[in-house]
Design a protein around this ligand. Structure first.
Ligand code: FAD
Length: 337
């Protein structure tokens, strides 16, 4: 582990940013000594993974920590279920592929989500009807105050839609170092998305398995989402807003084709992409920034945008959606600093 000054920070939105100090940790045992280093004591600390869910505005003051601890293993079997453990520095999709190679199902719907394993619990990553919380057992996180590790149960993580304890309750206070998940030898396919369900049903019998489902998810994602390496972006830029039933009903009267999903508590989750498209922002560009022409929910950096430009553009979209539908869009990526 080496401490570097003024290091450039990689992020999928392609925004210019750097860290005052930067250290990549490949062993969690290095953390207490690092925190005691006189160059960084009392400076602010930020943990950064692969930079696929952040809007970076400038130079981050203090020390940026990049967990690079590696390793994945089966801890124990519980009947047909396996408890697996993965270190925070592994890439999420490498974990999905590894689990399938072990003959374990459960993560196939979460295939190809960019980012590190350590960041996955922060916003409770989700796709195609599955969330990390559905497969979660526990995690270890180290306090950024003193480097001490603590185990977190599912309840303590307070997972919610694209949210957790680490994102909303104590943001920036912990570094997640490893994650444990419970997977199963038997596939229980989650096919709530019509597109995915019809393609899965059309597969020949021998491909109707977890790997076959992963392939379908990968091809759907590749056809729908712009590749950040070609067109920098952070995936969905806004969360799907949840509104009370009365508000949904009155919106639905005005907009009969409103895209919405009923929730267990009687509220409705509105498709943010639909709202953005109807407000006229799909494919619209202002300067270096725009909402993608095929995916209204994905904000893209067409050229050399800065974090400030991205946030100003996002405000325009938010204001116009609020004026038209009386619905406030909440941003998904985290703004740093
Ligand atoms: C093309 C594209 C598609 C995407 N699709 C999806 C999707 O389908 N579903 C979905 O949920 N998300 C999606 N995302 C968002 C992103 O992939 C996830 O949020 C991912 O978990 C971020 O991982 P990261 O390592 O890049 O985190 P970063 O962007 O580096 O960090 C995100 C946040 O987590 C914190 N953090 C990072 N690592 C740790 C750690 N070890 N301990 C504590 N805090 C930490 C950071 O401080 C920051 O606040 C997409 C992004 C892109 C670019």
């Amino acid at each position: 582990m080496t401490l570097r000054g003024h290091a450039a920070l990689v992020n999928t939105l392609g925004l210019p940013a750097s860290a005052q100090w930067y250290a990549a940790l490949d062993d969690i045992a290095q953390l207490p000594a690092l925190l005691a280093n006189p160059s960084v004591t009392n400076l602010p600390l930020t943990v950064l993974g692969e930079g696929s869910n952040v809007v970076l505005r400038a130079e981050l003051p203090g020390l940026v920590l990049r967990p690079q601890m590696r390793g994945m293993r089966i801890v124990e079997w519980r009947g047909s279920q396996a408890l697996i453990e993965c270190q925070a520095g592994e890439s999420w999709d490498a974990l999905v592929q590894w689990s399938l190679k072990q003959g374990l199902a459960g993560l196939e719907n979460l295939s190809l989500i960019p980012g590190s394993v350590g960041a996955a619990p922060v916003q409770n990553i989700g796709a195609y009807g599955v969330e990390l919380a559905d497969r979660f057992d526990s995690l270890i996180a180290c306090s950024l105050q003193n480097g001490k590790p603590r185990s977190f149960s599912p309840q303590e993580c307070a997972f919610a839609y694209r949210d957790s304890f680490f994102k909303s309750v104590e943001p920036g206070a912990w570094m997640i170092s490893s994650v444990r998940l419970l997977l199963d030898r038997d596939l229980a396919p989650v096919l709530g998305y019509a597109d995915l369900a019809s393609r899965y049903q059309a597969l020949p019998d021998e491909q109707r398995n977890a790997t076959g489902l992963r392939e379908l998810v990968c091809s759907l994602r590749r056809s729908k989402l712009p590749d950040p390496a070609l067109l920098p972006n952070a995936g969905s830029f806004f969360k799907n807003p949840v509104v009370p039933a009365e508000q949904y009903t009155s919106l639905q009267l005005r907009y009969p084709d409103l895209a919405a999903y009923p929730q267990a508590d009687g509220s409705y989750k509105l498709a943010a992409g639909w709202l953005i498209e109807r407000a006229g922002w799909k494919g619209k560009r202002v300067g270096n920034v725009g909402m993608h022409a095929q995916q209204a929910l994905v904000l893209v950096n067409y050229a050399e945008a800065t974090g400030a430009e991205v946030l100003a553009f996002a405000d325009l979209v938010r204001q116009s959606v609020a004026e038209m539908f009386d619905v406030v869009l909440e941003q998904e990526p985290i703004i740093l600093p």
